[in-house]
Design a protein around this ligand. Structure first.
Ligand SMILES: Cc1cc2nc3c(=O)[nH]c(=O)nc-3n(C[C@H](O)[C@H](O)[C@H](O)COP(=O)(O)OP(=O)(O)OC[C@H]3O[C@@H](n4cnc5c(N)ncnc54)[C@H](O)[C@@H]3O)c2cc1C
Length: 391
């Protein structure tokens, strides 16, 4: 089996690299959900530049703002973007809202929602979790009652990333309260400026505001935002999660962090006090280098399925659990290697890498929870991947 990219794909990679070097400030090193207001503005403009080149979803059909390129070129694009930590305010749209609309949406919905994703104009958020529905998502309580051409929404969503910036939300709501719990759920796309929506900030352990609570009080939304059939939204929602968990670009983002850490160790190699426990550093770094490489191939497995227009399922779960846990090991190693200096962000001559590993040590905790916890991913791998009975 030949895992190499084709010469044409490698040429595209060079083109992307040249663009990123020209457009991103040398010092740009922010994670996708680390953007404060001033970085967000830059991120919006940058995303629109990508949109103007039709590079946000280059594999999508031209009529929806893509270039109709081979899917592996989109993988190349995602890798290069992740490696440079290039901002993309269309990320949720490109990676999971849009692909779901492509699979389940009507022609009218494709025309309505996809161009805004590929132009970089529209920001999306996801309304799945509720105060009493996380891993057991099908127990969600939010209701959507059909009334003429609208649904009327009531309920509370929580942990919704980017809801405070979003124009559209795709959500799951109960349209039949009598049916068995998986069978009375519908998938709706909702404008975030509809009257009756309140977005309340939730601040994470790193003191950053990314996710939110969204309260819906008698919110009227057009019924034409229903994706798929009424009461069959569970299956649509699970497809979105399959795309969300695919993690095609995580290995590239980890590789960048790892190279930054290696650079630090090379520079400070003789200063043992900055390397944590000294002797254990080399094998730990070697271990992580191997893990990143292995993770890359898990991602390529998912990507190759998407390239064949298949929807990856337990394969995405495997990539998700692997990359999220590797991200935690990488952050822990970085913090141990850099010692107390690793906590300095700026304003000191000893500050290095903007405190990256101290920050990711905290934020990576959420990575094994978001999009379904590691326990849930392992259950999916066990039942759907290995064919084991439900425990
Ligand atoms: C950074 C971040 C971003 C997020 N963004 C979004 C978003 O944009 N939109 C959105 O809707 N949600 C979002 N979430 C919410 C996320 O999807 C939920 O937190 C997650 O599904 C877990 O649900 P919960 O928090 O209710 O935990 P619970 O479901 O209460 O789980 C608690 C613990 O019990 C374990 N557990 C539960 N059930 C089982 C089981 N059957 N078998 C084994 N163990 C089990 C879990 O693994 C976990 O360790 C985000 C979360 C984080 C951390």
């Amino acid at each position: 089996m030949d895992y190499r990219f084709t010469p044409e794909e490698e040429a595209f990679r060079q083109e992307v690299r040249t663009f990123l070097s020209a457009e991103l400030p040398e010092s740009w090193d922010y994670d996708p959900f680390e953007l404060h207001d001033e970085q967000w503005e830059f991120a919006r403009d940058f995303t629109k530049k990508l949109g103007a080149k039709r590079w946000l979803a280059p594999a999508w059909p031209e009529e929806y703002g893509g270039l109709g390129l081979d899917f592996m070129k989109q993988v190349v694009m995602a890798e290069e973007m992740a490696y440079r930590r290039a901002p993309n305010t269309s990320l949720i749209g490109v990676t999971y809202a849009g692909p779901t609309v492509i699979v389940y949406g009507s022609d009218e919905q494709k025309k309505q929602f996809l161009p805004g994703i590929t132009s970089g104009e529209i920001v999306w958020c996801q309304g799945y979790s509720e105060p009493d529905a996380g891993s057991d998502l099908a127990s969600l309580q939010m209701t959507a009652v059909k009334d003429g051409d609208d649904y009327v929404l009531n309920g509370t969503k929580t942990w919704s990333s980017n809801a405070h910036k979003a124009n559209w939300c795709f959500l799951l709501a109960r349209t039949d309260t009598e049916a068995p719990k998986h069978k009375g759920i519908s998938y709706l796309i909702t404008p975030m400026d509809a009257p009756g929506i309140t977005v309340n900030p939730l601040v994470n352990m790193a003191d950053e505001h990314n996710f939110n609570e969204i309260v819906f009080e008698n919110v009227r939304v057009p019924a034409k935002g229903l994706v798929g059939e009424e009461n069959r939204g569970w299956y649509v929602g699970m497809t979105t999660l399959d795309f969300e968990r695919s993690n095609i670009s995580s290995a590239a983002a980890h590789r960048r962090s790892f190279e930054q850490l290696l650079g630090y160790v090379r520079e400070n190699g003789k200063r043992k006090e900055e390397r944590g426990d000294g002797d254990g550093v080399r094998p730990r770094l070697a271990e992580i280098a191997i893990e990143i490489e292995a993770g890359r191939y898990l991602s390529y497995r998912v990507a190759s399925m998407q390239a064949r227009e298949q929807i990856p399922n337990y394969e995405s779960s495997a990539a998700k659990v692997y990359h999220s846990e590797l991200g935690q090991r990488l952050a822990r190693t970085g913090l141990q290697v850099m010692g107390l200096y690793g906590q300095l962000r700026e304003g000191s001559k000893y500050a290095r890498l903007r405190g990256r590993f101290a920050r990711t040590y905290v934020t990576s905790a959420g990575a094994t929870i978001a999009a379904g916890t590691s326990e849930i991913q392992r259950s999916i791998i066990a039942t759907r991947g290995l064919g084991l009975p439900r425990g």
